[in-house]
Design a protein around this ligand. Structure first.
Ligand code: IPM
Ligand code: MG
Length: 351
């Protein structure tokens, strides 16, 4: 089969890590007899520099015309300490989510045996932890009405959700739970927020349709504690945009392998796959960034967007093998550290 893949490398280490993803896809194509056609487009700070727009129309059209999008990272330190900047790279990401209708962000949290000692948690607490965070991605406070008073002394951000938005993301949460260990944790702040009460009410109405799924409800502050105290108790966690942003970052570091975790954003149009880490500007151009999160995002791309399960598994297998054999970058290496491009070459060759 022939597939069209949009490559949005973005900023910082984005281009270096995405290149390894392309190598791996080409190797999969060779072994399984597929053709992947790659087309590149700009997003983030590099798009602002070139066009003034962090998510140009051309990039959007390419995404719409593709079977899947492989995304690197966005962000540039020159914007971080400038609250007055008129356009910011992050707006490109938010525009992409909105225009592609990417209402769900899926982040699997898994541990790697060889990296457990890098976890900030005790090994016995974290070993075997395996859950996914399903984060609502196009609603809530990120996209609600916001503004500033005329005298600039007051500002506001509004959190809004409709029942329809809650239903479609929760449905996805239930479906993931059905394929996994049949437990769904709904994270909210229903003791304070009206949106959370709508959320809880909606999920309660849906419960009878998924009788074999065990549902529990947890306040977000409590969830933040429990992720640290008992990470193994979770299976699928579903939550609104901002809570999901915070909790998924928290969840990702307990494994000790931030550079290894992938994510998928899915919804109405083309799905987007990206590593969970950022643009790591300090490492840009040095060929040292860990490409594994991107390579595992490619595995998610094959499985989720293209329904190529064996191909996805082949990637996961070769990643495991590279870690067993110590073909890894300096962030996780215990001996010789390999370059980003060397890890990519090794993976492609071994596929
Ligand atoms: C993420 C990021 C983004 C978010 C930022 C860069 C706008 O933190 O993808 O989780 O807050 O959604
Ligand atoms: Mg985040």
């Amino acid at each position: 089969m022939k597939y069209k893949i949009a490559i949005l490398a973005g900023d910082g280490i984005g281009p270096e890590i995405v290149d390894q993803g392309i190598k791996v896809l080409n190797a999969i194509g060779k072994r399984f007899n597929h053709t992947f056609e790659f087309k590149k487009a700009l997003v983030g700070a590099c798009a602002i520099d070139a066009t003034g727009d962090p998510f140009p129309e051309e990039t959007f059209q390419l995404c719409m015309d593709s079977d899947a999008v492989l995304f690197g990272a966005i962000g540039d330190p020159k914007y971080d300490n400038d609250p007055k900047a008129k356009v910011r790279p992050e707006q490109g990401l938010l525009a992409m989510r909105k225009k592609l209708g990417l209402y769900a962000n899926i982040r699997p949290v898994t541990t790697f045996k060889s990296l457990l000692h890098k976890s900030p948690l005790r090994k016995d607490l974290v070993e075997g932890a395996d859950f996914i965070v399903v984060r609502e991605l196009t609603g809530g406070i990120y996209f609600g009405e916001k503004g500033r008073s005329e005298d600039l002394t007051k500002a506001f951000d509004t959190c809004t959700y409709t029942k329809e938005e809650v239903t479609r993301i929760t449905k996805l949460g239930f479906e993931y739970a059905a394929k996994r260990n049949k437990r769904l944790t709904v994270v909210d702040k229903a003791n304070v927020l009206a949106t959370s009460r709508l959320w809880r009410e909606t999920v309660q109405e849906m419960e009878p349709d998924y009788a074999d799924i065990e549902v529990d409800y947890m306040f977000v502050d409590n969830a933040a504690m429990q992720i640290i105290q008992w990470p193994k108790k979770f299976d699928v966690m579903v939550t609104e945009n901002m809570f999901g942003d915070i909790l998924s970052d928290e969840a990702s570091v307990i494994t000790g392998s931030l550079g290894l975790l992938p994510s998928a954003s899915v919804g109405v149009h083309t799905s987007v796959f990206e590593p969970i880490h950022g643009s790591y500007p300090q490492a840009t151009g040095k060929d040292i960034a860990n490409p594994i999160a991107t390579v595992l995002s490619v595995a998610m791309l094959l499985e989720v967007a293209l329904d190529l399960t064996d191909e996805a598994q082949a990637i996961r297998d070769v990643v495991d093998k590279s870690m067993e054999e110590g073909i890894v970058t300096e962030d996780i290496s215990e001996g010789k550290a390999y370059k980003t491009s060397e890890v990519g070459d090794w993976l492609a060759k071994n596929i």
